[in-house]
Design a protein around this ligand. Sequence first.
Ligand SMILES: CC(C)(COP(=O)(O)OP(=O)(O)OC[C@H]1O[C@@H](n2cnc3c(N)ncnc32)[C@H](O)[C@@H]1OP(=O)(O)O)[C@@H](O)C(=O)NCCC(=O)NCCS
Length: 172
Amino acid sequence: MQMETDRLVLRRITGDDRPALAAILQDSVTMSAYEGPFADAEVDAWLARMLTRYQRDGFGMWAVTLRDTCAMIGQCGITLQDQAGTKVHEVGYLFNREYWHQGYATEAAAASRDFAFAELGVHTVFAHVRDTNLASMNVAIRIGMTVRSRFAKHYRGVEMPHLAFGVDRPAT
Ligand SMILES: CC(C)(COP(=O)(O)OP(=O)(O)OC[C@H]1O[C@@H](n2cnc3c(N)ncnc32)[C@H](O)[C@@H]1OP(=O)(O)O)[C@@H](O)C(=O)NCCC(=O)NCCS
């Protein structure tokens, strides 16, 4: 699986991406919505979980790379997530801080949304955003999402209020 946008290539994450992955997951500013940076073992577990998702679901968070240099600048993609007791298709995005504020997350999230509609036949794609994460809300809004509900996520021992943003597949 590989997707291309104007500036980006989205492809499966591999073990070779671990350093680029760690640069994202171990940065304290980037990980503030996740209660702080990951330890090495948490990075390994994240990588293993993505490989399992590819095998089990056929999709997951992908490596986002620059078309020009092939550098991995972030991760974005679709995962199955629990939303107040229901499994939904969620678009996720986490980018290396050096590449924020250039529209890359929005470009990758829009491509992931369209993949879910076109390839997975999903009716509604969601984004789960912690209620303090304004940058993430703005990406959701930029890809056409509106707030559908509120719910709490329990992650790393903390209860985190979240907004469920959603966008419906356009009628054809
Ligand atoms: C969420 C996250 C990916 C958003 O990153 P971001 O840089 O704000 O979003 P984008 O890459 O879409 O960039 C949008 C910005 O680029 C600007 N921009 C510049 N060139 C652009 C272009 N060619 N196209 C679109 N926007 C462009 C936009 O005006 C916007 O500016 P702003 O930051 O002043 O609002 C980033 O904050 C992050 O990785 N956070 C940590 C992980 C996280 O919390 N993930 C979400 C969990 S729910």
